[in-house]
Design a protein around this ligand. Structure first.
Ligand code: APR
Ligand code: ZN
Length: 248
């Protein structure tokens, strides 16, 4: 049912372990495009098959590498927003808080959240497509525009470097997935913030938490259909709803 945050504050205050599950919507007010918002979404302007699959990378490594280096550079100019800060402040109040994000930005970390579980990797990481060796590639100094750039060669095997993000059809990092499962099992409240819930297996995490008896609170600018008891939706921008919901 659609609530006001006032009704749900007691649930937050009586929780022992809160799982904060975030998607692109939590970073929208920081100026980072989401994927599926109409008009502004990255997948409204680009083809995920070409830019977010291993096949797309092999088909045109320079197109993919250039696009991610541009997104990475864009990220440096963005700041965490009030939602990221409210989440980081919650953990400072002695509550057990686990942040599990689908996002590849570092805004949770830059807002002060520790141990952020990245189910889909990170824009700041680079590895080798062939041997998976991690590589340290600095952010380009010249302003990028998303145009194609040939990826550097791996120093270990000579293969192609790629962004350290999880593409469609790829396995999630095992340690991240295990940590997310443990949090879903152990939490008593999960806040599902700014995600369309369309991409699996990540989208399973809030469902598993609900099945383990947790209360689920969606925070989304769009109303999310709430199907069951112990499930609520707060409609509004995360940067406004979360500070109100999570403040002491
Ligand atoms: N506050 C809260 N929610 C918002 C805001 C905001 N300011 N702005 C947008 N939203 C909501 C949208 O209504 C939508 O439900 O955030 C959600 C964004 O959904 P997507 O763009 O699909 O992003 P996400 O759910 O994170 O995508 C999941 O898809 O492309 C893959 O790997 C990529 O991790 C990504 C995954
Ligand atoms: Zn290699």
């Amino acid at each position: 049912s659609y609530q006001s945050f006032i009704d749900l504050k007691p649930i937050v205050q009586s929780s022992q372990h809160i799982l904060i599950f975030t998607g692109a919507g939590v970073s929208a007010e920081s100026g980072i495009a989401t994927f599926r918002d109409a008009l502004t979404g990255l997948w409204a302007q680009n083809d995920p098959q070409q830019l977010a699959t291993p096949e797309g990378f092999l088909d045109d490594p320079a197109r993919v590498w250039g696009w991610y280096q541009w997104r990475r550079q864009q990220l440096l100019a963005c700041q965490p927003n009030a939602a990221h800060r409210a989440i980081a402040a919650l953990a400072e109040r002695g509550l057990q808080v686990t942040v599990v994000t689908q996002n590849v930005d570092d805004l949770h970390e830059r807002a002060g959240s520790r141990e952020v579980v990245h189910l889909h990797g990170s824009l700041l990481e680079t590895c080798c497509f062939d041997c998976a060796a991690p590589a340290d590639v600095p952010v380009a100094q010249v302003p990028l525009d998303g145009a194609a750039i040939a990826p550097p060669a791996c120093e270990q095997c000579g293969g192609l470097l790629r962004p350290g993000v999880v593409w469609f059809g790829e396995m999630l990092p095992q340690d991240a997935w295990s940590a997310a499962l443990a949090a879903a099992d152990g939490c008593d409240l999960v806040l599902v913030v700014g995600t369309s819930g369309l991409v699996y297996p990540a989208a399973q995490i809030p469902q598993l938490a609900w099945e383990s008896g947790a209360t689920v609170v969606h925070v989304n600018t769009d109303p999310v259909p709430v199907a069951a008891e112990r499930e609520y939706c707060l409609v509004g921008p995360a940067g406004e709803v979360l500070p109100a919901l999570l403040s002491g």
